[in-house]
Design a protein around this ligand. Structure first.
Ligand SMILES: Nc1ncnc2c1ncn2[C@@H]1O[C@H](COP(=O)(O)OP(=O)(O)OP(=O)(O)O)[C@@H](O)[C@H]1O
Length: 260
């Protein structure tokens, strides 16, 4: 039986005359850290946008399996994807700069709230308990991320590296099964990149997650990914272990700029 949590089948999307993704098929197994790589403009972010329904592809499907539930993500609206256990981060970190770090992380719990708006305006004991539980959980995550001492500081005044961690912490608050990370190491220095890579590995294990990431930092990709899918011009080049990918001549010539 397939252990795939996500199967992307024959995905295609064009912008005008440009085929940004062209009949792409790949499968991610539950618990994997899976990398999607390719040169600039290869179509990586477009694939993410199609999986998360920011874009509606021209054809293809993305089958997501969570326990006994199986769904074609193409049937969902963009805001419903998170309800099924998929959450993403963005290439250009998306945080609310005016809010504190803790407040930003708590935003991630909104799908978990059982109470409605009226109950939140006139909170009952149950609603207050729910809020307290979410704060406890957010503080636990911030502690693990080394950010608890900054929880009451506005995010806008923090470094890029910290803002990226806040975005990742917020993603965890929704109890996802699959986290999609768009260039987690972009803009980070070497030390921050190493720290972030370790965080991804630790979080995957602790929260029993599957992780799909796009990344240009080959050190990070080769260091933490179980498998990697390499694409160019929206088309599949190859899928394999980091070692397979490093040794693949097509990948070398397309992505690493080495002539085969
Ligand atoms: N909304 C859009 N409208 C028109 N063209 C688009 C749109 N989104 C992406 N493209 C084009 O599709 C192609 C793939 O872009 P995409 O951003 O997916 O590549 P990428 O592999 O993520 O690149 P990078 O590594 O530079 O982020 C590019 O040629 C891009 O210009």
């Amino acid at each position: 039986m397939s252990n795939a949590i996500l199967s992307v089948n024959n995905l295609s999307i064009s912008f005008g005359g440009l085929k940004a993704v062209d009949d792409l098929t790949f499968e991610i197994n539950e618990g994997e850290i899976y990398g999607l790589i390719g040169p600039n403009g290869a179509g990586k972010t477009t694939v993410f946008n199609c999986i998360t329904q920011f874009y509606k592809p021209d054809s293809g499907e993305a089958i997501f399996r969570n326990g006994s539930e199986t769904i074609n993500l193409m049937d969902l609206k963009v805001h419903d994807v998170i309800k099924y256990g998929i959450v993403r981060t963005f290439q250009n970190v998306e945080v609310v700069r005016e809010l504190t770090i803790l407040e930003n992380v708590l935003i991630g719990a909104h799908k978990e709230y059982k109470s409605n708006l009226l109950q939140q305006i006139f909170p009952t004991k149950k609603v207050l308990q729910e809020e307290a539980d979410n704060i406890e959980k957010a503080e636990g995550i911030l502690d693990q991320f080394g950010l608890l001492h900054l929880k009451d500081s506005p995010v806008g005044s923090q470094s890029y590296g910290i803002r990226k961690k806040v975005e990742f912490a917020r993603a965890l608050m929704s109890n996802p099964k699959l986290i999609i990370l768009d260039e987690p190491a972009a803009g980070l220095n070497d030390r921050e990149t190493e720290e972030f890579a370790q965080l991804i590995v630790d979080i995957r294990k602790q929260y029993d997650l599957t992780i799909l990431l796009i990344e240009h930092d080959m050190g990070l990709v080769m260091g933490i990914c179980d498998r990697i899918c390499a694409i160019n011009f929206g088309r599949l080049l190859t899928i394999g272990s980091p070692k397979d990918i490093q040794n693949n001549e097509e990948v070398q010539s397309a992505y690493l700029g080495v002539d085969s």
